[in-house]
Design a protein around this ligand. Structure first.
Ligand SMILES: CC(C)(COP(=O)(O)OP(=O)(O)OC[C@H]1O[C@@H](n2cnc3c(N)ncnc32)[C@H](O)[C@@H]1OP(=O)(O)O)[C@@H](O)C(=O)NCCC(=O)NCCS
Length: 221
C-alpha cells in the first residue's frame, strides 16, 4: 500500500527579536506548524539566548533555495510592521499569520496576513481581522467585530460584539470597547479605559468613560 506523502512544513522568519518578537517566535514554535523558526534582528542577534530558535541579522544567513520560508512582522510599532510587511514581500517571501496553540479562532472569522493571535487570545464568530494585527495575550475580539490593518489589542483588551476598530489603533492593556461601538483609525486607548461612545477622530483616550487627553504642547527649544 502506498504511504501517504508527507507534506514538508514551511519555515518561518519572525521579523523582530525584541520583546514582542520573542513572544511571537515562541507562539510559532509551540504551534508546531513550522519546520524551523528564526528571528531576524541585527541588534538582538548579538546577545541572543533563546534555546529553541536562532536569531540572525539577515535572512541570507538561513534561507536555502530548496526550502519554503514564510514571514511574519513582529515588532510593536505599527509603522514598522507595515514597512516589514512591504519589504519582505518585495524580497519574495509570503506573509503568514501566527496562532498560539492556546488561542481560539473561529473558523468563520476572516484573518488578514502577517497578523498574530497570542496565548488565550480569542477571535469570535465572523470577526474580521486585517493585516499586521496583534491580538495579544488574553485579548478578545468578539463576534462580528472588525479590526483594521496594523492595529494592536494589548493583553486583556476586549472589543465587544459588533464593534469596529480602524487601522493603526492601539487598545491598551485591559481596556474595553462597548458592544456596537466604532473607533476610527489612529486612535490610542489607555490602559484600563472603557470606550462607551463612537470615536470619530484620531487621538488618545483614557479613563471610564474614556475621554480624550488634551494634546500636549511640544517644546522644541
Ligand atoms: C494613554 C497613554 C498612551 C498615555 O501616555 P502619554 O501620552 O505618555 O501620557 P502621560 O503618561 O504623560 O499621561 C498624561 C495624563 O494622562 C493620565 N493617564 C495616562 N494614562 C492613563 C490611563 N491609562 N488611565 C487614566 N489616566 C491616564 C496621566 O495620569 C496624566 O494625567 P495628568 O496630566 O493629570 O498628570 C498611556 O498612559 C497608556 O495607558 N498606555 C497603554 C500601555 C499599555 O497598555 N501597554 C501594553 C503593552 S503590551
Amino acid at each position: 500500500m502506498p504511504t501517504p506523502r508527507q507534506e514538508k512544513k514551511p519555515s518561518l522568519l519572525v521579523i523582530g527579536g525584541g520583546g514582542h518578537g520573542r513572544v511571537v517566535l515562541e507562539a510559532a514554535f509551540l504551534s508546531g506548524q513550522f519546520a524551523r523558526v528564526v528571528a531576524i534582528d541585527p541588534e538582538a542577534s548579538k546577545n541572543w539566548s533563546l534555546s529553541f530558535a536562532d536569531c540572525v541579522s539577515d535572512e541570507i544567513e538561513v534561507v536555502r533555495p530548496d526550502e519554503t520560508w514564510l514571514f511574519v512582522p513582529a515588532v510593536g510599532s505599527a509603522v514598522l510592521r507595515k514597512k516589514f510587511l512591504d519589504t519582505y514581500r518585495e524580497k519574495g517571501f509570503a506573509p503568514t499569520s501566527v496562532f498560539h496553540p492556546a488561542s481560539v479562532v473561529s473558523p468563520s472569522a476572516r484573518m488578514g496576513l502577517g497578523s498574530v493571535v497570542l496565548a488565550s487570545g480569542i477571535i469570535a464568530v465572523q470577526a474580521k481581522i486585517g493585516d499586521g494585527v496583534i491580538v495579544n495575550n488574553g485579548a478578545i475580539v468578539e463576534h462580528d467585530c472588525e479590526v483594521g490593518d496594523f492595529s494592536h489589542l494589548a493583553p486583556g483588551a476586549v472589543l465587544a460584539g459588533g464593534s469596529s476598530l480602524g487601522s493603526g489603533c492601539f487598545l491598551g492593556a485591559n481596556s474595553s470597547v462597548r458592544h456596537g461601538t466604532s473607533v476610527t483609525s489612529e486612535v490610542i486607548i489607555g490602559h484600563g479605559a472603557v470606550v462607551t461612545r463612537d470615536i470619530t477622530a484620531p487621538g488618545t483616550f483614557v479613563g471610564n468613560p474614556a475621554r480624550r487627553l488634551p494634546e500636549r504642547v511640544k517644546v522644541t527649544e
